[in-house]
Design a protein around this ligand. Structure first.
Ligand SMILES: NC(=O)c1ccc[n+]([C@@H]2O[C@H](COP(=O)([O-])OP(=O)(O)OC[C@H]3O[C@@H](n4cnc5c(N)ncnc54)[C@H](OP(=O)(O)O)[C@@H]3O)[C@@H](O)[C@H]2O)c1
Length: 253
């Protein structure tokens, strides 16, 4: 089966680094027009330039997912300039590692407002746009295996990702009637800005040793699930989560 995303517009949030940057490149490589969104617009502009150099179509839009007005403005801009959105990769996220006893209310809010409320605001605005345009679509929420199981010092993050998995199911149920599919990818561990410091420490190395495949994920390991969920190859899938973690989630270690 060929994955052809030409004539599709994909919005990738958090495209200024890490997974989101990679997701945008992969979708553009399959012919999608990509809207690159995040707060660091200079990094987005650089990526857009790279995608255009490789023959793809990309444009940038400033977005702070915690800010309802910023979300509405960004989606309206994409709708106006590109006549709608077919695919949303709801990827923006922050981690905030800290001993739980030291976590303040403001720190909790920052993680939950970005990872859960922010994901909801973006999905809801995109959902409204799809319904207005009577256009079917695919929404892919980037969750985490920490939405299923726990590691230390990440209480707000794990709670936000567990919430995102449940939100995925709610939106899938509510929007199936509009032809909007909502699924999630739950990555295990990939080296990006969100965790770069950790992997060369002793606890980081020990964590890698507990992954059944004994390695971190490579960004390319996410391409198959991304393209599956973005395309009609998953036409009868909604409300599901695809885990990409080298077997980490099934291990009791
Ligand atoms: N790396 C992993 O091992 C791993 C594992 C499981 C899940 N994930 C998830 O994958 C997603 C991407 O993470 P990553 O690893 O690629 O980390 P990253 O390199 O730090 O990227 C995070 C992205 O989120 C964006 N972002 C943060 N706050 C935002 C806000 N308020 N508004 C808009 N965008 C915001 C950042 O852009 P700006 O700063 O420019 O706004 C950045 O592009 C996250 O949801 C993360 O939880 C990652």
């Amino acid at each position: 089966m060929k994955v052809d995303l030409s004539n599709k517009t994909a919005l990738v949030t958090g495209a200024s680094s890490g997974l989101g940057r990679h997701f945008a490149q992969v979708l553009a490589g399959q012919g999608a027009r990509v809207a690159l969104a995040a707060r660091r617009v200079a990094a987005l502009d650089e990526l857009a330039g790279e995608i255009r150099t490789e023959g793809g179509e990309a444009f940038t839009v400033a977005l702070d997912v915690r800010d309802e007005e910023s979300v509405a403005t960004a989606i309206a801009t994409i709708e106006r300039d590109f006549h709608g959105i077919d695919i949303l990769v709801n990827n923006s996220g922050v981690s905030g590692i800290k001993p739980t006893l030291q976590v303040t209310g403001a720190e909790w809010d920052d993680v939950l407002d970005t990872n859960l409320k922010g994901a909801f605001l973006v999905a809801n605005e995109v959902g409204r746009a799809m319904v207005r345009a009577k256009r079917p679509g695919s929404i892919i929420n980037i969750a985490s295996i920490l939405g299923f199981r726990i590691t230390g010092q990440l209480a707000p993050y794990a709670a936000s990702k567990a919430g995102l998995l449940h939100l995925t199911k709610s939106l899938a149920l509510d929007w199936a009637r509009y032809g909007i599919r909502v699924n999630a990818i739950a990555p295990g561990y990939f080296r990006t800005d969100i965790n770069d410091d950790f992997w060369d420490t002793e606890p980081g190395k020990a964590m890698i040793n507990r992954i059944p495949q004994r390695r971190l994920g490579e960004l390319e390991n996410l391409d198959g699930p991304l393209l599956l969920l973005a395309s009609d190859a998953s036409a009868y899938m909604t409300g599901t989560t695809v885990t990409v973690d080298g077997g980490h989630l099934v291990s009791a270690l």
